[in-house]
Design a protein around this ligand. Structure first.
Ligand code: UD1
Ligand code: UDP
Length: 364
């Protein structure tokens, strides 16, 4: 039995870790196809090294162009490879252009698609990710949802067959990594003291491509820094380019520790030891919850709405006053957020459930 796994962006390299290991144990041949969407060392190769992932069998090197051009180039090349490899299943993760290109190429060749992180919705169709999710879910045969809400979202669209609530694969990987974070030098290298800093990441198109949103976020976090709070910001290349273009880089660099994107283990170490996380990343919202660190989301909505309802995350929009006021309050709160009281995204064995279901599907 053969599965082609299609990856392209940072969170997908992380999500594949345990599933790929399980395929080996189950005797399933996995061909790894990297579209090349993320290509800097710190956005791609570092994860293969840090997480000890096997090198991809193919790397298409497709990393430029607008959405249509990028997705179209991926479709052309993925179709050729799938025709040659003739797998029994194509596996895709998340909601990127690589996810959609992989799923669409496969379904047109009548190859069944399995989608990990099915059913997430922001209900905001201006987000490129929302379109990728809607389309990928509508053409997948196996849909692995991380939560009850994502199963309900699929049902509301009439998708009920092949849906499995397996929990979140990222929780499995956090549990797998947490014991090694103490060996990370990321805190000492950046003169950070435990629970005495804020960790910030920003990369959503709606924030990085929009001058108003980006400048509001910059003003909000600079105001927190002006109060003497240390803020570390491992910066996505997209955001770095945007800050540069909007001439916001000098303002922020003066006050905030801007560093290159970090490895996964380093990122978990930062999240576990931060007093507060400010992020528009989907993955980081969940990880901060798993690690018991409160989180501010400078967006209007989130796909991980349970965390907001439970009071672990807070939506502030890209609004400097809300970011500052809530950031200041949470930073000065005595206790961190006492989370993990209710496990809403599975039991840490999500990858095992997924590979078991895939194995059964392939052998039926
Ligand atoms: C993509 C996904 C997003 C996901 C994110 C994870 C889409 C539409 N978006 O967003 O859902 O949350 O990955 O990080 O698929 N760049 C570099 N070096 C790199 C990678 C990117 O310089 O290694 C720069 C390039 O200028 C590129 C820009 O970042 O044009 C945006 O990259 P892209 O992959 O299109 O989108 P992300 O913002 O990374
Ligand atoms: N991440 C990382 N280094 C960084 C920033 C993020 O390893 O400098 C990890 C983070 O811990 C999470 C994943 O990348 O596991 C999230 O990716 P990203 O924020 O790019 O995308 P999203 O989850 O929003 O799709």
């Amino acid at each position: 039995m053969k599965v082609v796994t299609i990856l392209g962006a940072r969170p997908q390299f992380i999500k594949t870790k345990i599933i790929s290991e399980n395929f080996i144990k189950l005797g399933i041949t996995e061909v790894i196809l990297h579209t090349g969407q993320h290509y800097d060392y710190a956005m791609s190769e570092v994860f293969f090294k840090d997480l000890n992932l096997r090198n991809p069998d193919y790397n298409l090197g497709i990393n430029n162009g607008c959405h249509g051009a990028q997705t179209g180039k991926m479709l052309i090349q993925i179709e050729e490879i799938l025709t040659k490899e003739n797998p029994n299943l194509v596996l895709v993760y998340g909601d990127t252009n690589s996810t959609l290109a992989g799923a669409l190429s496969a379904v047109k060749l009548h190859i069944p698609v399995a989608h990990v992180e099915a059913g997430l919705r922001s209900f905001n169709r201006y987000m490129p990710e929302e379109i990728n999710r809607l389309l990928t879910d509508s053409i997948s045969s196996l849909l692995f949802s991380p939560s009850e809400i994502s199963v309900k979202n699929l049902a509301a669209e009439g998708i009920v067959t092949g849906v499995h609530n397996t929990g979140d694969v990222m929780y499995d990987i956090v549990l797998n990594t947490i014991n090694s974070v103490d060996q990370s030098k990321i805190l000492s290298e950046n003169n950070l003291r435990k629970k005495e800093f804020i960790l910030c990441t920003i990369h959503r198109a709606e924030n990085s491509d929009n001058y108003k949103n980006l400048s509001e976020i910059v003003s909000g976090i600079c105001a927190l820094a002006d109060k003497g709070i240390t803020i570390i910001f491992p910066i996505h290349p997209r955001t770095k380019k945007a800050l540069d273009k909007f001439e916001l880089l000098p303002k922020i660099s003066e006050k905030i520790k801007i560093i290159e994107p970090v490895s996964y283990t380093e990122m978990i170490a930062l999240q576990a030891n931060a007093k507060l996380v400010i992020t528009d990343s989907g993955g980081v919202q969940k990880e901060s919850y798993y690690l018991g660190t409160p989180c501010l989301i400078p967006r209007k909505q989130t796909e991980w709405i349970e965390l907001v309802e439970m009071g672990c995350s807070h939506l502030t929009d890209a609004n400097q006053e809300e970011l500052f006021n809530l950031g200041w309050k949470l930073y000065n709160q005595q206790e961190g957020n006492s989370v993990n009281q209710k496990n809403i995204y599975g039991d840490g064995l999500s990858s095992n459930y997924i590979t078991k279901i895939i194995n059964e599907y392939l052998n039926n």
